[in-house]
Design a protein around this ligand. Sequence first.
Ligand code: SAH
Length: 244
Amino acid sequence: MLFDILTIFPDFFASPLGQGVIRRAIDAGIIRVRPVDLRQYTTDRHRTTDDRPYGGGEGMVMKPEPVFRAVTALNAELPRPEVIMLSPRGRLLDQALVRELSKRSRIVLICGRYEGFDERIRKRIVNLEVSIGDYILAGGEVAALVLIEAVARLIPGVLGCGASAQKDSFSDGLLEYPQYTRPREFMGMEVPEILLSGDHEKIAKWRRRQSLKVTLHRRPDLLDKARLNEEDLNYLKSLGYTGR
Ligand code: SAH
């Protein structure tokens, strides 16, 4: 899978892409990430990518021409990419969207700076706007990295153990159960007895119930869309859940 990142800060990405599972995925050729310098697509001597807003007001706005030129050049390469703009006005990135995007073969990510983009960029060349949360960053670069990392770890071969992505929080619409490792007793706190029992069926059931419980307490909104069976619902109702 190929990610092209349009940015005025192409050097931003070297360190985060050079660590951990993302680095290994790049080294193994499973993903490719190409930061593309937007300034390369300017035509003036000062390599200008932003200008003052029509109508007045604070700050600068990203000019349309360099972004148009860059995306046109990238669109000419195959396979045709999904063109995504990082924007606080976009669709909120959640695991469902991450899963959808993990099926694409190529994604172009457009990173804004300053006050954001000239509206005509959105209108003409963007397929999807994505927000990583209800807050404002200084630029789209961190958001692009969040998207790449979340999407990449779902691509087969990126995580050492394929099973672990399936058990993560959100994979079936629930938060994850509590995890423990050694030592068995730490500062007077014991690992729950059931996890030492070796009874895998009982452990699976305990974990499922813990997932349901933590989701009910912390993110009851997730239960509306989660995949729940009758036993799950009965357990939730015993905890006071009244939805569904
Ligand atoms: N004036 C804009 C914010 C611009 S922030 C507004 O109020 O909507 C500058 C750039 O940072 C944006 O163009 C976008 O690319 C990026 N950015 C900021 N917050 C973001 C978020 N929550 N999700 C994704 N990208 C974001």
